[in-house]
Design a protein around this ligand. Structure first.
Ligand SMILES: [Zn+2]
Length: 175
């Protein structure tokens, strides 16, 4: 592990920082409520990222955590890829949330097309938790669509009910 500043200068440690550090720095810099970011290439979430498609909300497991599809930031333009790629990956995520009118405090996860997922949270524990949740949702959506490719998106009333019973001001979710 190596400690770096937001410009990727090494503060402490002898190893080279992660190549994805700049992506994380852009997210921390733009979304100041973030206390932790996790980036994996977990199998199911990454498989969805490779299809360049969002993960549709199909069931209550998904709705208990977030009330929208899990967004997929589009494929990056050549100029972004050829430039400061990791830095631009961060901007691709920020832009996707702006374009799709999503609040990163409600949706703490994203797929980056052809790449893999990023998740975040108020602290690193929540970011890791979100990563595990995302992988399970990706797996369930994959299985559901394998059983029935025309599986419809969950209806709005059910999405709202499940999200609000756990997260709304009148939350009553227990065991
Ligand atoms: Zn990666």
């Amino acid at each position: 592990m190596v400690v770096v500043d937001f410009e990727n200068h090494i503060i402490e440690g002898a190893m080279r920082p992660s190549s994805d550090t700049k992506t994380h720095a852009v997210l921390y810099d733009n979304w100041d409520f973030i206390g932790g970011i996790v980036h994996t290439h977990s199998t199911y979430a990454t498989a969805w990222a490779q299809t360049q498609r969002p993960i549709p909300i199909l069931g209550t497991t998904h709705a208990d955590h977030l009330c929208s599809d899990i967004p997929c930031a589009p494929v990056m333009q050549d100029v972004m890829i050829e430039g400061d790629y990791e830095y631009q990956t961060g901007h691709q995520i920020i832009n996707a949330f702006a374009d799709q009118n999503l609040d990163p405090q409600d949706v703490e996860m994203v797929l980056v097309a052809n790449h893999a997922p990023f998740t975040w949270g108020k602290d690193v524990k929540k970011a890791v938790y979100n990563s595990a949740v995302l992988e399970e949702l990706a797996k369930m959506a994959y299985i559901s669509l394998s059983i029935e490719p025309k599986t419809p998106r969950m209806k709005e009333a059910l999405i709202k009910k499940h999200f609000e019973r756990k997260h709304g001001k009148n939350a009553y979710y227990g065991q």
